[in-house]
Ligand binder design. Structure first.
Ligand code: ADP
Ligand code: MG
Length: 598
């Protein structure tokens, strides 16, 4: 039989590859901008005509290319960014596949002018449909200018498939937003059909957002910041009231690369749950930093989708960080801030590496509901101040220097709480009433404290001088026994014999006169209410503990206990909901009350 397999000519192979990388003018803009960033440019100019259909030109002041490289860069699989397979697992550049320029040159007319700094003459290469038309030395500035004309001149089907100039321009603008947001330290100029539409100086991330999306954006932003072993987050969300019906501004950057992630988007949506209408979308601008070896970028030719090694943890951390920010923002009325300043709450906490978990200061002997030992200093507001001070707020953080932490503390109007109906603590401040459900609030506080002790490996327990004995049914005792290891970790140390349970140590936060009740609750909850979807066994037990040990609605609380609850609740990471996803408090604006009288 005759052999029938051919090796495709280079220009055909390049054209096929271009099908993946170059879908529309915006793809060219993205690839060229990324190359300029990889070249270390501090200033980049983008010029387009007719939505890029006639001309796309990118000018950078980066490191340029040698004469030889200027020719080689248009070959497929030519890159200066990686050289061996293992490099794929430690990518710090935007590009690495070495196919963008080859693909672009296969489907357009490209002119390249490039010069390395300190070299006298630059190189100029003209190439059309993968064919080199001319190559010469020229006088030029250091850096690189690439002009792409007549995109898809040789693929009429593609060219006809392009959308209206308006639509194609939107795509280009979106790429421009993504790239310029991921590098606020670079200056960008954008010229559309001869007029300059953006001139972005190098700036902070916040300033870049405001420069791109308008000065009104400033009041919408709430900062997000978190640092854990596996993930560092910084950026901004829009306050819930600015959620939009349309998709909104949604930006994730992972190690400075814009990525699309429906999964992480879901984490954000779920952090906003209950605060925005189901049909609305939150806006966010979030930079995530992870170890490059824990992600795979090479799963899509345009590199906008990536795989995380530990997707579930990233999801959980992101969700918690965003919730925390929303919580911080929404309690600012409690703290009686000036409105604008509330943006600058200095909670961009830096955690000390050894303690990179839930950043709450805990005193495991601290139990405000322990009436038997009133001498403890928790009833003293000074010690409460210390607690606040040692929260995750970083006092030496200069980023938010406008408002001093001392000022923040002194504005907490804790004297004005009252308890109503034996279950709500009401706090009034300048613009609203905050109504806290005491049981749910205490559940949240205990839950976070337990989680904290688990991550710190610092389980609190109170050793009993005289072991206490209780009678339980064998079935009840077996529930405790089957969870013995983890209950021990939580500070509950016990022995059992037939019907008898002997307790030698009990968890922090329990008062001895309530011990029997708490254990009954614990058994009941372990038997009946094992919450589903818990992240882990310790999360689950923390929930059960929170449920069992919390003060109940119906308990009368004195002023200090009320104040403790208010303050400890708002020091929580997720103060808005109890561990069982129910509201811990509601806010009633005075304007809402005014409306009731209309
Ligand atoms: P990749 O970016 O994946 O390496 P490209 O085809 O986009 O592949 O670019 C090929 C090579 O050309 C790059 O690795 C780089 O060395 C060089 N190059 C491209 N654009 C520029 C630029 N603006 N400045 C300097 N070098 C560049
Ligand atoms: Mg590239």
């Amino acid at each position: 039989m005759k052999d029938i397999i051919n090796i495709l000519p280079k220009n055909v192979a390049n054209q096929i590859a271009a099908g993946e990388v170059v879908q529309r003018p915006a793809s060219v803009v993205k690839e060229l901008l990324e190359n300029s960033i990889d070249a270390g440019a501090s200033e980049i100019t983008i010029q387009i005509k007719d939505a890029g259909k006639t001309l796309i030109q990118i000018i950078d002041n980066g490191k340029g290319m040698s004469k030889k490289d200027a020719l080689l860069c248009f070959e497929r699989h030519t890159t200066s960014k990686i050289s061996k397979a293992t490099d794929l697992f430690n990518i710090s550049t935007k590009g690495f596949r070495g196919e963008a320029l080859a693909s672009i040159a296969a489907v357009s007319h490209v002119s390249l002018i490039t010069k390395q700094p300190g070299i006298e003459l630059g190189s100029n290469i003209d190439i059309q449909g993968s064919e080199i038309k001319s190559s010469r030395s020229v006088v030029s500035e250091a850096g690189t200018t690439i002009s792409v004309k007549n995109l898809f001149f040789n693929i009429p089907a593609r060219r006809n498939f392009l959308k209206s100039d308006n639509v194609e321009f939107r795509h280009i603008a979106n790429e421009f937003f993504r790239v310029s947001l991921s590098h606020p330290e670079i200056k960008f100029i954008f010229i559309n059909n001869g007029s300059e539409i953006y001139n972005l100086t190098n700036s902070s991330f916040k300033k870049r957002i405001i420069n791109l999306f308008g000065s009104k954006t400033q009041e919408k932003l709430v900062p997000v910041s978190e640092e854990t072993e596996i993930l560092k987050i910084n950026g901004f969300i829009f306050k819930p009231e600015y959620a939009k019906k349309t998709r909104g501004e949604q930006y994730f950057f992972v190690n400075n690369r814009y990525i699309k992630s429906p999964y992480l988007n879901h984490a954000i949506n779920s952090a906003f749950e209950g605060l925005i209408d189901l049909k609305h979308n939150p806006s966010y601008f979030l930079n995530l930093e992870v170890d490059p070896s824990t992600i795979d970028i090479n799963i899509h030719p345009t590199k906008t989708e990536i795989k995380f090694e530990d997707e579930h943890s990233i999801y959980a951390i992101l969700r918690a960080a965003v919730k925390h920010s929303i919580g911080q923002y929404s309690i600012s009325p409690v703290l009686d801030f000036e409105r604008d300043k509330s943006l600058d709450i200095p909670y961009n906490y830096k955690k000390d590496k050894t303690n990179s978990s839930v950043g709450i200061d805990i005193d495991l002997n601290y139990n405000p509901f322990d009436h038997s030992s009133k001498k403890k200093d928790y009833v003293n507001l000074d010690s409460f101040d210390k607690k606040i001070e040692s929260l995750e707020f970083s006092s030496e953080s200069n980023n938010f220097s406008e408002i001093d932490f001392k000022e923040l503390k002194s504005n907490i109007s804790i004297e004005s709480t009252i308890q109503i109906d034996k279950k709500y603590i009401v706090n009034k401040n300048k613009s609203s009433l905050i109504i806290v459900n005491q049981q749910r609030a205490h559940q949240r506080i205990i839950y976070e404290k337990f989680l904290q002790s688990i991550t710190l490996n610092n389980y609190g327990s109170q050793k009993l001088l005289h072991p206490v004995e209780f009678d339980f049914s064998p079935e009840e005792i077996s529930v405790l026994n089957s969870n013995k290891t983890i209950l021990n970790q939580f500070g509950l140390i016990f022995k059992s014999k037939n019907n008898q349970l002997t307790i030698s140590s009990m968890p922090a936060y329990v008062e001895i006169e309530n011990l029997k009740n708490s254990i009954e609750d614990l058994i009941f909850n372990l038997q009946n209410e094992i919450p589903k979807n818990s992240f882990s066994e310790s999360d689950l037990i923390s929930k059960v503990m929170a449920k069992s040990l919390s003060i109940k609605n119906g308990t009368i609380l004195d002023l200090k206990e009320q104040q403790y609850l208010m303050n400890a609740l708002f020091a929580c990471k997720e103060s808005m909901i109890c561990p069982f996803n129910k509201k811990t408090y509601v806010k009633l604006e005075y304007s809402q009350i005014d409306n009731m009288f209309k």
